[in-house]
Design a protein around this ligand. Structure first.
Ligand code: ADP
Length: 163
């Protein structure tokens, strides 16, 4: 069985992430979307909330699982017997950082290959930060965030601005 891991912060998951999940889930037998715990970042949503949100919006994909991991993705891949790590490439600015990460992951776990999926044109400039910024200015998130999560994102962004 070909298993792939899609690691990320997903704070929050956007339509760009979801587009990647849909496309990668067609190529692999199983895709595990893994929320990576990064203690250096102050997230908008807790890890548990992000896992719950991703589970909700990926429920229609039979071969997609959601998990979280506090550690190296290459080690997580080994644990799950996954041969592939999926990452998205948007503008050129993603490229250098992603290549460096792919090399490090290969060094830690030589059995794992990183696969880059080009972002769809529609989501080329979409990021979780952009969604948060748009929410802060009261912009309509319909084209950027999963419908089911829009109210939660708007509310949390408003709360965090009051704090
Ligand atoms: P990280 O903190 O690991 O970069 P993100 O949640 O920001 O976590 O992104 C996870 C992965 O999804 C990264 O590989 C990123 O390039 C990719 N990604 C994010 N937004 C998009 C998008 N709009 N289109 C394609 N890939 C994307």
């Amino acid at each position: 069985m070909k298993i792939a891991i899609y690691p990320g912060s997903f704070d929050p998951i956007t339509l760009g992430h979801l587009n990647l999940i849909k496309r990668a889930s067609r190529v692999f037998d199983k895709l595990i979307v893994c929320v990576m715990v990064n203690s250096a970042k102050k997230p908008l949503f807790t890890v548990e909330e992000r896992v719950e949100q991703i589970s909700l919006v990926t429920a229609r994909f039979d071969n997609v699982e959601v998990d979280h991991w506090e550690g190296l993705v290459a080690e997580y891949a080994r644990l799950k017997d996954a041969g592939a790590i999926i990452r998205g490439l948007r503008a050129l600015s993603d490229y250098e950082k992603e290549c460096q990460m792919a090399l490090i992951n290969k060094k830690i776990n030589p059995d794992v290959e990183t696969f880059f999926l080009a972002s769809s044109e529609k989501y080329m400039y979409l990021s979780s930060s952009a969604v948060k910024e748009m929410a802060a200015f009261g912009a309509d998130l319909t084209d950027f965030a999963p419908r089911e999560l829009i109210v939660a994102i708007e509310e949390r962004v408003a709360q965090s601005r009051q704090a």
